[in-house]
Write a protein that binds this ligand. Structure first.
Ligand SMILES: *Cc1c(COP(=O)(O)O)cnc(C)c1O
Length: 542
């Protein structure tokens, strides 16, 4: 056997993959040492700058047969460097400002390896004796951040076998599902002969309580995960009611109140209101206090989806923007967004320690009654120790460190908004409330043309601008120097017509003002050669 490459080459040596590490000069060991000492450099060097078309990449992943024979680890590592790493998306690049996925602090790398090595399963104490108390502490810290209860509250509940103050999960989607699962089960609770929805199901519950349907009300900018949630909970996608937003992209609470009363008058019970603290498309925060008032009026659950914006609570300078969140029955926060934790770290918090009673599950071999197993209150079963990475970031970065990171992102977004406003060929579409904004490129000649255009010409220009913006975004991504994302809004400025815009999220601490300047300059250059512009818009340029 090839000693240097060791590991798996024959079936006889398979046992060795559990004990013998790679030889130091093998490909895998080199990767390992490079990513530990210089992750940013490794990514810069190994991710190809120019995009390879997806159908080309797919050619390397064609075969559906599982390989019969073992392979050298080094050979495999070589393959993935060429086929996988080279064509990965450089989410950590400071010019990658299109999505909520950003750079990671270096210390999470060795800690992630430790987490994987320990391979604890958080579903039950028997496989996570120290990780369970740690996760309960992290949930307590985040609960305290949002709800600010006193010490006696946390000493009573944080490690209590009766409850969990929240639930760790893979992300905001599962967090939202968990929150509304609790809302549904608390609404259709046991009563008289009816043993509750968990025992008897939705239909018996609806008949017992005399509801024709259940509804969840949320801003039209609510996240698509809520659609999945109501589908899964048996409420139905038609019963997630989208409420209009005003010009600031915040939900219109008066319209929500009116809709809620209409629904209830027709026999449909409003199960929950969902406030969004940091919408995915514009980063706006709904009027949470007004929504809390409305949910009290209606006697329904109030959930805040702060998957993206929740980390703002860590800044004493900006946490007031989320004022009213402390009145929510449940809150979703994704640590893998603005808390710089790797993917797979979402959490939901419950105001009332008794909330988890509504979804408590027990089993005989684990999750026994009276045990502190977290699995009796989570939707997911086996789960990794991601809480350790949140714990690490909270300790290493600290509340003040997060405050600095968050404040800088917000200031940077305002600076970028100013740069856009100062350039007469760009238009800011949504002002940043946090560090997310939208804009588009509309040459001043076209802006002038729009002012005097008749209705038909206007609509033609709108449609052409949409195509053009989409084309620019795609070409910028393909050129590989920088990346902004795009979405579609309906701003008053464009007569509430569907309007394609660039969307940027300025969470990477390494994104500088110079980089932002370059991105605008690059877009100006791209516009000059854009085929869609030439075809549909150049005629309006004189
Ligand atoms: C990202 C996000 C979600 C979904 O979270 P995942 O972690 O992608 O499952 C839900 N709501 C909002 C507002 C988000 O930004």
């Amino acid at each position: 056997m090839d000693q240097k490459r060791c590991a798996v080459a024959s079936k006889e040596s398979l046992i060795r993959i559990f004990t013998v590490p790679e030889a130091p000069d093998s490909t895998l060991s080199k990767i390992e040492s490079e990513i530990s000492s210089n992750l940013a450099g490794f990514l810069n060097e190994n991710i190809a700058a120019i995009e390879k078309p997806l159908h080309e990449i797919e050619k390397d992943f064609q075969t559906a047969t599982i390989p019969e024979e073992p392979t050298f680890v080094s050979d495999y590592a070589q393959d993935i460097m060429e086929q996988l790493v080279a064509h990965s998306v450089h989410t950590a690049a400071p010019s990658f400002i299109g999505h909520m996925t950003s750079a990671l602090p270096h210390f999470v790398l060795p800690l992630s390896k430790l987490m994987v090595g320990l391979n604890q399963n958080l579903v039950k104490i028997e496989t996570s004796k120290a990780f369970t108390p740690l996760e309960r502490q992290v949930l307590g810290m985040m609960h305290h951040l949002a709800y600010g209860e006193d010490d006696s509250f946390y000493s009573k509940w944080m490690h209590s076998a009766k409850t969990s103050l929240g639930a760790f999960c893979s992300g905001g989607t599962v967090a939202n599902i968990t929150a509304l699962w609790i809302a549904r089960n608390r609404l259709l609770k046991a009563n008289g002969d009816y043993k509750g929805i968990a025992a008897q199901g939705l239909i018996a519950g609806m008949l017992h309580y005399g509801y024709k349907g259940l509804a969840v009300l949320v801003s039209e900018r609510g996240h698509y995960s809520l659609g999945k949630t109501v589908d899964l909970l048996g409420i139905g996608r038609d019963n997630i009611v989208a409420i209009a937003t005003g010009e600031n992209n915040k939900v219109d609470v008066d319209a929500m109140r009116k809709k809620a009363h209409e629904l209830e008058a027709s026999g449909i019970k409003v199960m929950a209101l969902v406030g969004v603290a940091g919408t995915t498309e514009t980063g706006s925060i709904d009027p949470l206090n007004e929504m809390a008032d409305l949910s009290e009026e209606l006697g329904c659950h109030f959930h805040v989806d702060a998957a993206w914006g929740g980390a703002t609570l860590l800044s004493s300078n900006y946490r007031h923007l989320l004022s009213g969140i402390e009145r929510a029955d449940s809150i979703t926060i994704d640590a893998h967004k603005q808390m710089y934790v790797p993917m797979g770290a979402g959490l939901v918090l419950f105001k009332d320690p008794a909330a988890t009673d509504a979804i408590e599950h027990h089993a005989e071999y684990i999750l026994r009654k009276g045990s502190k197993d977290l699995g009796s209150h989570t939707l997911e079963g086996s789960r990794p120790g991601m809480a350790m990475l949140v714990h690490a970031c909270l300790r290493v970065i600290g509340r003040k460190g997060y405050e600095m990171l968050i404040d800088r992102s917000i200031v940077k977004a305002r600076t970028f908004a100013d740069m856009i406003k100062q350039d007469e060929d760009f238009e800011l579409i949504s002002e940043p409330e946090l560090c997310l904004l939208t804009y588009r490129y509309v040459p001043k000649e076209i802006q002038a043309k729009l002012k005097e255009a008749d209705e038909e010409t206007k609509l033609d220009i709108y449609a052409s601008l949409n195509r053009f913006t989409a084309s620019m975004q795609k070409r910028q991504r393909e050129a590989g120097r920088s990346f902004v994302s795009r979405t579609r809004l309906t701003p008053a400025k464009y007569d509430h017509q569907p309007t394609v815009v660039f969307r940027v999220v300025l969470a990477n601490p390494l994104t500088s003002k110079a980089i932002l300047k370059d991105i605008l300059a690059e877009q100006k250059e791209l516009a000059k050669t854009d085929p869609v512009f030439k075809k549909y818009l150049s005629k309006y340029m004189d």
